[in-house]
Design a protein around this ligand. Structure first.
Ligand SMILES: Nc1ncnc2c1ncn2[C@@H]1O[C@H](COP(=O)(O)OP(=O)(O)OP(=O)(O)O)[C@@H](O)[C@H]1O
Ligand SMILES: [Mg+2]
Length: 259
């Protein structure tokens, strides 16, 4: 299920604004890759180009290539809806649909893809996704209660269950723990560690310890000055980025000298 992502010469624009320049990187399957860097350097922007969510913003476009197992997502005839089925996304704030039950939330993405499934299959999928998100034991007796009745950390795991219910190959997470307490954060980190057995995971985080704990590889993004495009300064094993970075800017950032 897990897939390799090859980003090649990617430039990202919001209308006239050149937000990120010249990113090339290979993200290995069954691994966790962390994007770090100061606010505004383009981490979320790059992440959204990996499932064509970027172009949902009016005037936004990219140049270059993002290939998943060799197929360019931006190639002719590729349907962005299919892309988002393969590449799921979890956002910074847990965003369960408030009027839906826990179970309906898990199945929301599946139903959106207009797949009709039997009620037995729906039950099975709900359990599987909730187990996969480490949430099953906490909610199995209240699947028909509103998703909004869960704690923040549980809601975020519910959103992860919703993302994995569509059986993607890649899961993107944009600061998934920034609205969570430390215990819920550790629960999500454990989960990310398990998810990489099956999925390719890319996570944006401002938490250096988190990047060091959960990721195999780390990309450090930075920008020269306000108004200039962000760029990928260094991309290497997390070990090297944190212990032996190749660039002064990386070292300054991880040691807390700026950002
Ligand atoms: N919808 C948008 N329209 C226009 N410009 C945008 C939009 N979203 C982001 N930008 C700009 O693109 C640049 C990169 O933003 P992005 O949100 O990717 O940064 P980031 O690294 O994720 O920052 P943070 O750590 O604060 O989340 C910024 O200059 C930002 O103002
Ligand atoms: Mg961001």
């Amino acid at each position: 299920m897990s897939k390799r992502i090859d980003v090649k010469d990617l430039d990202i624009y919001y209308g006239d604004f050149h937000a990120v320049k010249n990113v090339s990187m290979t993200i290995e399957p069954r691994s966790v890759t962390a994007f770090i860097g100061p606010s505004g350097c383009g981490k979320s922007t790059v992440l959204r180009t990996l499932n064509r969510m970027h172009e949902v913003i009016p005037g936004a476009y990219v140049k270059g290539e993002v290939a998943i197992d060799g197929t360019n997502l931006y190639g002719r005839g590729v349907d962005p809806v299919d892309v988002r089925r393969q590449v799921g996304m979890v956002f910074q704030r847990p965003n369960p649909f408030p009027t839906m039950t826990i179970k309906e939330n898990v199945l929301a993405g599946v139903r959106l893809n207009s797949k009709r499934i039997s009620s037995k299959a729906a039950d099975e999928l709900t359990e599987k996704a909730l187990r996969g998100a480490n949430l099953w034991n906490e909610v199995k007796d209240r699947l028909d209660k509103p998703g909004s009745g869960l704690s923040g950390g549980q809601q975020q795991r519910l959103c992860i269950a919703r993302a994995i219910a569509i059986q993607p190959e890649v899961i993107l997470m944009d600061e998934p723990c920034s609205a969570l307490d430390p215990i819920s954060t550790l629960a999500i980190e454990d989960l990310i560690n398990e998810l990489k057995d099956r999925y390719t995971v890319v996570i944006v985080t401002h938490n250096m310890q988190q990047a060091a704990r959960v990721s195999d590889k780390t990309g450090f993004f930075n920008l020269e000055a306000t108004g200039k495009p962000g760029e990928l300064v260094e991309y290497d094993s997390t070990q090297n980025i944190f212990n032996n970075p190749g660039q002064q800017a990386t070292e300054d950032y991880i040691s807390g000298r700026f950002g």
